[in-house]
Design a binder for this molecule. Structure first.
Ligand code: HEM
Length: 393
């Protein structure tokens, strides 16, 4: 394939920071260049699917572009075998076990029963100070607390939880990943035994007592799924929450409107997920010859589903580079599409909204006197490094 021999150059989507508008300008250039563009990705060449309709079609073709083989080479090596690296019937059976915990009714009850209290507990710690790094104090903590509660496992020290989750998703440091998996699993073993004996109303208990084809899940099956849900559930939502606060702090007029108009807040969250999705580009391996955007793609090709690019495709979104909560609500590709559509989407949206409500209530006059590290960065997982904010006390 001739195009594969000449990737766009001067950047690497996997390793460059691409802060703020840099990623979006690059995506715009690549979209203009074509619907399927070879790009450098961690020193390899991947084919970027740059436009909305093509990304959605690519998700839909899960026979040619199944998620399983990609995740077998990454996530599975660290967390173990889980439904993210499975396809077809096996994927369906395992995924079905986790889904009830993440449906909208269960998430609404979780919000009222636990999440609102959790976010206020965090704000109690730092709101009286009048200044603080909102990544360190809030966005890098709340989603970790939330997912541990949902799973029914004890929370560890904030920095340990963050470290484990990051390492569990880091196939480039196999030793660090193995250590994180071991340390995290050490705290899970005794709890699993206790929940096998006496189930509670949590996901760990549900998995411990789940049956597939007449057999109970093994300890390893349960522990692998807990490792998966903890790591992906916490990091992605943490990044999205950082992107939300970063974007609002950059748009003080919208922050002010959010304060005055609670009814606008769900649209601010939805629009943020379009505008600055935390999973900006998603790798996928082709398993057989197929056509993407009208081009032939051989088996074994590494594709990148350009989620952030699709969400700003001018053919679908008018004035796409503008953060505008008043635009008509449209579907976005932030949580994927099709059989692997994110099971945590309700939980993630709820966490963002609950955090926003609490921030507006507890941090009046919120502003960003020091913007260092505040722009979302990263070409795959994307988030601010710090949000050095101040507010009135
Ligand atoms: C804003 C936050 C989140 C974003 C942007 C996000 C994004 C995504 C995307 C794009 C996919 C599709 C992956 C693919 O097709 O290869 C996905 C799948 C997945 N997400 Fe999320 N996610 C978020 C939050 C969560 C949460 C809170 C959980 C916790 C349960 C979670 C668990 C998963 C799992 C287990 C899958 C694999 C689904 C499957 O294989 O069937 N995610 N997510």
């Amino acid at each position: 394939m001739e195009r594969l021999a000449s990737p766009a150059s001067g950047f690497d989507i996997g390793t460059d920071p691409l802060p703020g508008d840099e990623l979006h300008r690059l995506h715009a250039e690549l979209r203009a260049r074509g619907a399927l563009v070879p790009v450098p990705f961690y020193g390899m060449t991947a084919l970027l699917v740059s436009r909305f309709d093509d990304v959605r079609e690519a998700f839909r073709d899960d026979a040619s572009l199944p998620g399983g083989p990609t995740y077998q080479q990454t996530v599975e090596k660290i967390v173990g075998r889980t439904f993210i690296s499975m396809d077809d019937r096996e994927h369906h059976l395992y995924r079905k076990l986790a889904m009830p915990a993440f449906q909208s009714g269960a998430i609404a009850r979780f919000n009222e029963g636990e999440l609102v209290a959790l976010v206020h507990e965090l704000l109690d710690r730092f709101a009286p100070r009048g200044t603080g790094d909102l990544v360190e104090e809030l966005t890098g903590v709340l989603p970790y607390y939330a997912i541990t509660r949902k799973l029914g496992i004890p929370r560890a020290r904030d920095e340990d939880m963050r470290h484990w989750a990051d390492q569990l998703l880091n196939p480039r440091d196999p030793e660090g990943a193995a250590t994180a998996a071991r340390e995290f699993t050490d705290i899970l073993g005794p709890i699993l035994a206790a929940r096998r004996a006496e189930p509670r109303e949590d996901l760990l208990s549900a998995l411990a007592h789940a049956v597939i084809d007449g057999e109970r899940l093994s300890d390893e099956d349960v522990l692998s799924h807990v490792r998966l849900l903890f790591a992906v559930g916490a990091t992605t939502t943490s990044h999205a929450m950082g992107n939300l606060l970063s974007t609002l702090l950059e748009h003080p007029e919208l922050l002010e409107r959010a304060r005055r108009e609670p009814g606008l807040r769900p649209a601010l969250v939805h629009e943020l997920l379009r505008f600055e999705p935390p999973v900006a580009n998603l790798p996928r391996l082709s398993s057989r010859p197929l056509r993407v955007a009208g081009e032939e793609v051989p088996p074994g090709t590494l594709l990148l589903f350009g989620l952030a690019s699709a969400n700003r495709d001018p053919a679908v979104f008018a004035d796409a580079d503008r953060y505008d909560p008043d635009r008509p609500a449209q579907d976005v590709l932030t949580f994927g599409f099709g059989v692997k559509y994110c099971p945590g989407a309700h939980l993630a949206r709820r966490e963002l909204l609950t955090a926003l409500d609490a921030v507006l209530e507890r941090l009046p006059g919120l502003r960003l006197p020091d913007a260092a590290g505040a722009a979302p960065e990263g070409g795959t997982l994307r988030h601010p490094r710090a949000l050095h904010a101040a507010w009135d006390v």
